[in-house]
Design a protein around this ligand. Structure first.
Ligand SMILES: [Zn+2]
Length: 530
């Protein structure tokens, strides 16, 4: 067994690990390292699509690996020198957060993706409804070619169909609806789309994952995280089992899955455990659970009768959405989500029919202003026209609704007049300068609307101030320090490799005296147990 930690040793996110056993070579996750990305890029300064891989390569934001990337993203003037030549037979995705899967779009389109059906459905829904950055072509590629008259530039080939990635579903099923969804282009023929404008998608049918990849046997385990479809993996190597946790926690609604994963892999006596440590150093003494969030938010909504309530949480945070749906039911309100979020919910149901949130009696879709809806959107709105609720309906009877809105939706509120309403900030505490500035603007919007705000406030008279968060309205997606120690001692590996953390030294300290050797492999180096 050989293991190369391409990236993610000391950063929250951007995990990229290469594992080799015999003939088999695989990647574990291939996400965006937002910390390093943010050193150079922001929303309006991004890698140039016309230069393909070049910008990311030149800035050192992707590993210099031969045999990994799409050839159509390499402009002809680009003569890369590689640090590694690796034979990669599959990319194993732990879950659909972009810091774990956000650069899959750069990988050779014939390289199979191993993921849960729910995780894959989320990846495709994000691509269908998103901004279509070339590195975000997670489920299917838009083929490009170097321009005949300019060796620097790659351009998309509009006459060629999208090429879907081969998908191996790791937690068993590939329901019929999911297979269809995976093979449906993002612009299915809608009422107003001339058929000449419909670009085809040629995608191989998703298959259940085999038991081994080039002789490397593996198992996948569902684990609890803040996005559905999260998976941890175990690989049987010559040295013994190698376990990768992805992101997980014990205190969520499905914490029993994480517990079962730990107990099951412990029986295999793992050689190496690759484990996340996101919350180390960010620890607050209390470990808020989703049930605490439900109780605290319910109290606020009950005390706001007749007023509009806005719940601000990440659009892919399905567990939080379930929490607010339960609150909507109990307070006889309707929870309104945006079309894009509703599209994601439909995709999840395709992959797991038991997760049918659009079928919930208290859900509705906010009918946002659209001058020219895109293909996926037009067809979707047609399918769910009974669920659409317009701004004037909300304005007429604000006490009947909870809006799942956040900062970027503040201007839609200008049509609703939410004056005197209630805002519940139910998202993670913001880190970094960009998010601080966003919260300052959000604060100004909320003051403009004279809303009473729960979950955060602005300390300071102007934009030089800082946001202050008050607890109880958000539960972390990541395992707490105490639970992490339990997990490691339960699994009891011979070696432990921390990733996805800014505090690797915690592992050395916390495990001193234990028969577990912590190995601090740096980015770009091979793991060595010796
Ligand atoms: Zn995550």
């Amino acid at each position: 067994m050989r293991l190369l930690l391409l990236e993610g040793a000391q950063s929250i996110g951007g995990t990229k690990i290469y594992l080799e056993e015999g003939r088999a070579g695989i990647l574990l996750d291939f996400g965006i390292n937002y910390g390093r990305w943010g050193l150079y890029f922001e929303e309006y300064l991004k890698p140039r699509p016309g230069r393909g891989l070049y910008d990311l390569w030149a800035l050192g934001l992707i590993p210099k690996v031969e045999g990994l990337y799409r050839c159509d993203l390499m402009p002809h003037d680009f003569a890369p020198s590689f640090e590694h030549t690796l034979d990669i037979h599959g990319v194993f995705i732990s879950h659909a957060h972009l810091d774990h899967c956000g650069l899959v779009g750069l990988i050779r389109e014939d390289c199979p993706i191993y993921a849960s059906a729910v995780g894959a459905a989320i990846m495709k829904a994000m691509q269908d409804s998103g901004k279509m950055d070339f590195y975000g072509e997670l489920a299917y590629c838009n083929p490009r070619a170097t321009k005949p008259d300019d060796a620097r530039a790659v351009e998309s080939q509009s006459h060629l169909p999208y090429r879907g990635r081969p998908l191996r579903s790791v937690l068993g099923g590939t329901p019929e609806a999911f297979r269809q969804f995976w093979q449906t282009p993002p612009n299915p023929k809608a009422l107003s789309t001339p058929s000449s404008r419909v670009k085809k998608l040629e995608a191989p049918c998703p298959e259940p994952a085999p038991e081994h990849i080039e002789g490397l046997r593996f198992r996948a385990f569902p684990v609890d995280h803040s996005i559905p479809g999260a998976v941890a993996y175990l690989f049987h190597t010559g040295e013994g089992p190698v376990v990768y946790t992805g992101d997980l926690r014990l205190h969520g609604r499905h914490g029993d899955q994480t517990r079962r994963f730990a107990e099951t892999v412990a029986k295999e006596k793992p050689y190496l455990l690759i484990v996340e440590g996101t919350r180390l150093g960010r620890e607050t003494s209390e470990n808020i659970t989703e049930e605490h969030v439900r109780q605290n938010a319910l109290k606020i909504v009950k005390n706001s009768s007749g007023k509009l309530v806005i719940a601000d949480f990440g659009p892919r945070h399905i567990e939080r959405l379930e929490t607010f749906l339960a609150i909507a039911k109990e307070t006889q309100r309707q929870l309104l989500v945006f079309t894009k979020d509703a599209y994601l919910l439909e995709a999840i149901t395709c992959a797991d029919p038991t997760l049918n949130l659009l079928g919930h009696p208290n859900v509705g879709i906010f009918d946002e202003l659209r001058l020219s809806p895109r293909g996926w959107e037009e067809a979707f709105r047609e399918r769910y026209k009974n669920l659409l609720v317009r701004a004037e309906d909300v304005r007429a009877d604000p006490g009947r609704y909870i809006l799942a809105f956040s900062f970027y939706d503040m201007n839609d509120l200008l049509d609703i007049h939410p004056y005197g309403g209630v805002y519940i900030y139910s998202s993670s505490e913001a880190y970094g300068e960009d998010l601080r500035v966003d919260l300052w603007r959000l604060w100004n919007w909320l003051k403009f609307y004279k809303m009473s705000v729960h979950g955060f406030c602005w300390k300071g008279a102007d934009e030089r101030g800082t946001p202050q968060f008050s607890g109880g309205l958000h539960a972390s997606g990541h395992i707490s320090e105490t639970d992490l120690l339990w997990l490691i001692k339960e699994i009891r590996p011979r070696y432990l490799l921390p990733v996805h953390t800014e505090h690797r030294e915690w592992f050395v300290r916390a495990l001193s005296g234990e028969p577990i050797k912590v190995v601090l492999t740096p980015d770009g180096e091979w793991f060595s147990g010796a």
